[in-house]
Write a protein that binds this ligand. Sequence first.
Ligand SMILES: [Zn+2]
Ligand SMILES: [Zn+2]
Length: 349
Amino acid sequence: MAHGITWAAHPRPYADELLSSWIVRVAHANGLKLQTFCHIEFGEFEIWNRDIDRQAPEWLLQRLAARSGRAFAEVWNMTLAGYESRLYYRRHSNGQQRWILPLQTVARSPKGFGLQYCPACLAADAAPYFRRAWRVALYTFCPLHRILMADRCPGCDSPVALHRLDVGRSDVYGAEPLSLCWNCGFNLRNAPQSPVHEWDCRAFASWRRLLTVIRNERSSRRMIDVGRLDVLHHFCRLLASMPTAFRFLGYVRSRTGQRGPEIERGRFAFEHRPLAERHHLLSLGWWLMGKWPSRVRSAWKSKAIRYNLLLKDFANPPDWYAAAVQDFNRRNLAGHRHSQPGSQPIVPL
Ligand SMILES: [Zn+2]
Ligand SMILES: [Zn+2]
């Protein structure tokens, strides 16, 4: 394959396909092992030493676009950078990116469980592939199949690592489907399916709607309310990692009757938390945003959460959130309300 011409085989990206999933399929469709393909295309640049779905340099995307005959924008949109201003306001090249699961790749070896999958989606695919939405930390269940996501092989507990699929194989003849575990060969399509317990209809309906928009992000141009996601993120953080969080968590659990898994104490990022913890915290966060702002006001009145914590470390909260929280302030309750009568904040769903 000489540079400057398109590949002999250039499979088109599937709906919401993740860049790394597509690269593996392109290599195999051209009859090459992934490592060989990458060496030809990218030379000494080791694309699997980093989170290529998050940190693909522009020249690499341009080369992929030129060689596949696709528009640069289409290739770029397979990366997690495409979520800028959709799930978060600002993109960081390093450090934790809001809502994006870390891969924690160390010398090509995946240490984290940052690529989730839905066994039912994989089972329904003619050719199994991995979705970009599965890297999103709030995507803890599949809105289509209403089952919890999985983040490891049920056979050997290894994380998903697409780039290791053909390591150690002598050729890629009849390349294995992407749904096989690289370590033990278990077909992830057959992973156990756990139905989501939707214990609050409205909270889960809002959550499901959002996940459906994220899932169909490239076809539907419906706007996601990033400010609302910021509030959800802030609640998840307050419920888990602040010094007084456990009073708040205990209160919300007793109000909702949800026990959930043990939440590990610490100030690490929400995105680093295990799947079960994230799912539980998010469900409580969605519940808190329901009937806005009465549930949060009740929590504050019950002294489960202090007023200042609701605004602490929350840069640029949406106006409807800041106005409601300021209204909790005792001085405001004493007659210095900031809100005008009849100007109830609107919370778009
Ligand atoms: Zn699914
Ligand atoms: Zn395995």
